[in-house]
Design a protein around this ligand. Structure first.
Ligand code: PYC
Length: 332
């Protein structure tokens, strides 16, 4: 019998789960976090499904592992896992992982208040505010984000036509703004979002395959962002981000917010220096900002930043036992 033991700090960022594995992660091969992501997917995906799917996880489960970075400028390397796969970048995950790692002394930043992290999508800078043992907030200066395609027309059965844009913020997002049969998130409701989103994602995938110009392993629309007008006071926009097969992000989604900032900037609706307070489906918030203009592979892009906070909910020792018929998890 083999029992694989994973010691984790569990918690959440703005309501969405973060499971940071602090012991038990596999050794990975590769000379970058992107190459290690490929190695993890090829040899250890059972760890992701075992930790994220039922019975140890649930539809929204998300988390990651810490690794020594492969580049000397970084303090830490991060590998993300989620029900939808092994993401190039995860914003709510980064905020949670860095918060819990700092609180447990697992990252030793060279400059207090700053962490440089190498993630599969690139190198990101994080500013954090610590108050005693608690990390109060983390601001991610994210990878260059850009509008990849505008005006993709699809016809959604039992719903009607939609025109969607695709933007990159660490993952590729199909962004759906209110139009036609989509009047607002509240009119649509969670059950209908979960029913329509996989159908829409398939239609968008049939129409367009984005490929990152600098890292072709990052390709394809993985997530949907239903954009909406703000609901709460002081917010600038609201969203429901769909991922995996059945998840609506409980946080405003860090990479989704980055993609949305790039989308709004590219369409002349958000200037450099402007902030954008983004509300999640449950009303939690991230503060986004367009930090600078840049380019990626010759395309106009922005550097977005996203600020939020996370809280640990407990330590969790999780066993994956080879004799368990559900060792690698299941989805219904
Ligand atoms: O915060 O970037 C994010 C994210 C991706 C998927 C779920 N959350």
């Amino acid at each position: 019998m083999a029992r694989h033991v994973f010691r984790c700090v569990d918690g959440h960022t703005a309501g969405n789960p973060v499971r940071l594995v602090i012991e038990g992660g596999p050794e990975l091969e590769g000379d970058s976090m992107s190459a290690r992501r490929q190695d993890f997917m090829a040899r250890y995906d059972w760890i992701r499904t075992g930790l994220c799917f039922e019975p140890r996880g649930h539809d929204m489960m998300s988390g990651g592992f810490l690794y020594p970075p492969t580049t000397p400028e970084a303090d830490v390397g991060i590998l993300f896992i989620e029900t939808s796969g092994c993401l190039p970048m995860c914003g709510h995950g980064t905020i949670g992982i860095v918060t819990f790692a700092l609180e447990h002394g697992l990252i030793k930043p060279r400059t207090p208040g700053k962490v440089i992290a190498e993630v599969p999508a690139g190198v990101i800078e994080l500013d954090y505010v610590q108050d005693g043992a608690r990390v109060r907030s983390v601001r991610i200066r994210n990878v260059p984000s850009y509008l990849a395609q505008q005006g993709i027309r699809i016809d959604v059965p039992d719903f009607g036509p939609l025109t969607v844009d695709v933007a990159y913020g660490g993952n590729f997002y199909a962004i759906i703004e209110p139009q036609g049969a989509y009047t607002s998130l509240d009119d649509l409701g969670a059950a209908r979002i979960l029913q329509l989103s996989p159908v829409i994602r398939t239609l968008v995938r049939e129409a367009f395959t984005p490929i990152h110009p600098l890292d072709p392993t990052i390709r394809g629309v993985s997530h949907l962002l239903w954009a909406d007008r703000p609901k709460g006071e002081g917010a600038d926009g609201r969203n429901a981000v769909f991922y995996g097969d059945k998840a609506i992000d409980r946080s405003p989604c860090g990479t989704g917010t980055s993609a949305r900032l790039a989308h709004l900037h590219a369409t002349g609706r958000l200037a450099v220096g402007q902030t954008f307070v983004h509300e999640s489906y449950i009303g939690s918030r991230f503060i986004g900002r367009v930090e600078a203009e840049t380019e990626v592979g010759g395309r106009p892009a922005i550097i977005p930043s996203v600020e939020g906070s996370a809280i640990a909910t407990g330590l969790n020792e999780i066993w994956i036992d080879d004799e368990d018929v559900f060792a690698h998890g299941f989805q219904v």
